[in-house]
Design a protein around this ligand. Structure first.
Ligand code: ZN
Length: 653
């Protein structure tokens, strides 16, 4: 790219900061393993366009238009409109589309309509034709068109959402009726497939509904065929026969779209724990669908971190002890906890819905019955948490929000280690614990299902991180270190996570709602019991010199509240108590005190930090000798964000 005014260094724009992660474990792998990673990485990048199209049906055309303009040297590369354009395209790249990756609100470009029109007119042979340009321009600049990607409130969630999992004329009621009917006819109701997961729901010419399935002969066929060819290349480098079987089943799934085959694949994938290299490639998470049925495409590859994994192995080995001793009702406990496989890994590549913004812990599969019969695999992605921690060191954030010096010291000493342990507990034990009572629909909690599930896993982690057992198992540095995790968790739930929300908006994202529920509920309990007993509350927000501060007076009592809420949230999940789930979410997880919100935003603004972070991938390339034989796979970390995005746009489209 030439003639541009933006730098190739690490990037900070809008509310985003890009970080680089390193993959030290890659260097000690054999050539065969490196080649396995190389081909799996290609497969993880090859599905990028699927996600873009799933996020909104105009995304791919808009990206082509924007990249066309960016690459055109006859457009003046300076001035406020140009700068606004560069920010906009970087935002769109980051979000895999025109809606913010987290809030899902459509971006508001700061360049003028006239500038975009002018820039377009200067392209010699534009990819986007003039009629289409008018449509795209309207989508980009008109705030009322496709305003939100995932809308969680309103009369018709599908009509209000811009995501592309349903044709524009499909209503929420039609979709719900369609999938309820499918579920009612399930041949094996105890072991249902993930209905609707891999398709776009559309109308036939006669008005009936049909699924346009994602498979090599159907929707996204081009991308899926490319993914398949990379997977086929990976086959010969697999570490063991099981990995080969898994790849064969995944190929078969992509070639047929059969959800029964997907379940077979998933079961095999859960069972493979021998290899050092593992991957996810497929339609996985349902956060992008307001009805929680349709899965976004994602891909990533990871390498086992042997040393760090010892920690999670200890948790896994004790899974039954944790289940037996949890404060939930005996009826909701798992009699036999199996298949809790927990690993600390290093990400080797991030793709699809995990790029550039990534989860730091992942627990799969999402199929409830497979989880309970065959178990699940959990990972904490250590090289990503490390990149976050390095970025957080000394940026002034903790000093601002933790004014008490003793608390600050405790947090600085222990927070990183304990946060990792919290993530391990959440992923390894939390999600895998408990049972749903027979006859209860796993999707009974509907739109609140994800929030309640995340709350359950977090509560399990909070409850146990404070247990003496942790110290006995050698997982915590001191008997009291857990308090740092309580402090940072509550601070986040009550105050600091609000920096991610625009003024006058509500909390919408499932993980944020869950943290708000736990923190607000504990705050309310604290003040309630303090009044009754005439004692200081376990936890309170106090205002000092105009600044709100979290004070925790009594950590053990706070832990009791956590135990009570864990018991209740598990009951809600086990019984499928939709009404209780709704009340809990609506009372504690949605509304924000506007005065506190304003204060937190202004304190945060003064720090000038980016609330969202994402990652630039390393780049892998084959090293060949003079005879063309592959001698090594090189890994490099020098590609800039813009270069990487443009390369992905060129090479994976
Ligand atoms: Zn979770």
């Amino acid at each position: 790219m030439k003639n541009n005014t933006f730098s190739y260094g690490d990037v900070r724009f809008a509310d985003i900061q890009l970080l680089r992660y390193r993959v030290p474990a890659f260097d000690s792998l054999s050539l065969k393993q490196k080649l396995y990673i190389y081909h799996l990485s290609e497969a993880a990048l090859a599905g990028r366009n699927i996600l873009w199209d799933q996020n909104c049906r105009f995304n791919l055309s808009i990206r082509r238009l924007l990249e066309d303009i960016l690459n055109n040297s006859s457009i003046l590369h300076e001035g406020t409109d140009w700068e606004a354009f560069v920010t906009y395209i970087r935002q769109v790249w980051f979000a895999n589309g025109i809606h913010h990756h987290y809030s899902t609100d459509k971006f508001t470009p700061a360049f003028s309509d006239a500038w975009l029109r002018e820039a377009y007119s200067r392209i010699d042979s534009p990819v986007v034709k003039p009629e289409e340009f008018e449509t795209l321009l309207n989508v980009i600049v008109n705030p009322s068109v496709l305003a939100k990607r995932v809308c969680q409130s309103g009369e018709d969630l599908l009509q209000a959402s811009a995501c592309n999992y349903y044709a524009p004329d499909v209503t929420q009621k039609e979709a719900e009726d369609y999938y309820n009917a499918l579920k009612a006819k399930a041949p094996n109701p105890d072991q249902p497939v993930m209905y609707g997961m891999n398709s776009r729901l559309e109308h036939n010419a006669d008005g009936t509904l049909t699924e346009n399935t994602y498979y090599t002969q159907g929707l996204y066929g081009t991308e899926l065929n490319r993914i398949c060819s990379h997977l086929e290349n990976a086959l010969e480098y697999a570490e063991n026969e099981k990995q080969k079987d898994i790849i064969h089943l995944l190929l078969k799934f992509y070639q047929t779209g059969s959800l029964d085959i997907f379940d077979q694949y998933t079961i095999e994938w859960v069972a493979e724990t021998e290899g050092e290299i593992d991957f996810v490639n497929g339609f996985t998470e349902v956060y992008g669908d307001p009805l929680g049925l349709k899965a976004s495409w994602e891909g990533y590859v990871n390498i086992l971190d042997k040393e760090a994994t010892k920690r999670t192995e200890i948790l896994s080995q004790n899974a039954q002890w944790f289940e037996d001793n949890s404060p939930v009702d005996e009826r909701f406990k798992k009699k036999e906890c199996k298949g809790v496989t927990a690993r600390v890994v290093q990400a080797a590549i991030l793709g699809g819905d995990l790029y550039p913004s990534s989860a730091i812990g992942i627990n799969l599969p999402n199929s409830n019955w497979i989880r309970s019969v065959h178990g699940s695999k959990s990972v904490t992605i250590g090289n990503l948490t490390e990149a976050y921690d390095n970025a957080a060191k000394g940026n002034g954030f903790r000093q601002e929000f933790i004014p008490d010096e003793d608390v600050l010291k405790m947090v600085n000493d222990f927070a990183h280690q304990l946060d990792d342990l919290h993530t391990d507990l959440h992923e390894c034990l939390g999600h895998g614990s408990g049972v749903i009572l027979p006859g209860v629909d796993a999707d009974a909690l509907g739109v609140h299902g994800s929030t309640i599930e995340e709350a359950r896993a977090d509560l399990f982690a909070l409850y146990y991180i404070a247990d003496q057992k942790m110290h006995q198992l050698g997982l915590t540095p001191t008997m009291d270190a857990w308090k740092s995790n309580y402090y940072t968790y509550m601070l986040n739930g009550l105050m600091t996570q609000l920096v991610r929300i625009q003024p006058n908006c509500q909390i919408e994202e499932a993980h944020m709602r869950n943290r708000a529920i736990i923190a607000n509920w504990c705050l309310e309990q604290s003040s309630y019991w303090a009044k009754i007993f005439g004692m200081p509350p376990a936890m309170e927000l106090v205002k000092k010199d105009g600044k709100t501060q979290l004070v925790i007076n009594d950590y053990p009592t706070l832990r009791q509240y956590i135990g009570q809420l864990l018991a209740e949230v598990q009951r809600i999940k086990s019984e499928g108590d939709t009404e209780a789930a709704r009340k809990l979410v609506e009372k504690y997880g949605v509304e924000i005190d506007s005065e506190l919100h304003e204060e937190v935003l202004s304190r945060y603004k003064a720090l000038n930090l980016a609330p969202y972070k994402g990652f630039i991938n390393p780049r892998y390339s084959l090293v060949k000798d003079s005879n063309g034989n592959i001698t090594d796979v090189a890994i490099s970390y020098d590609e800039s964000y813009d270069e990487q995005m443009l390369r992905y746009g060129r090479d994976y489209s």
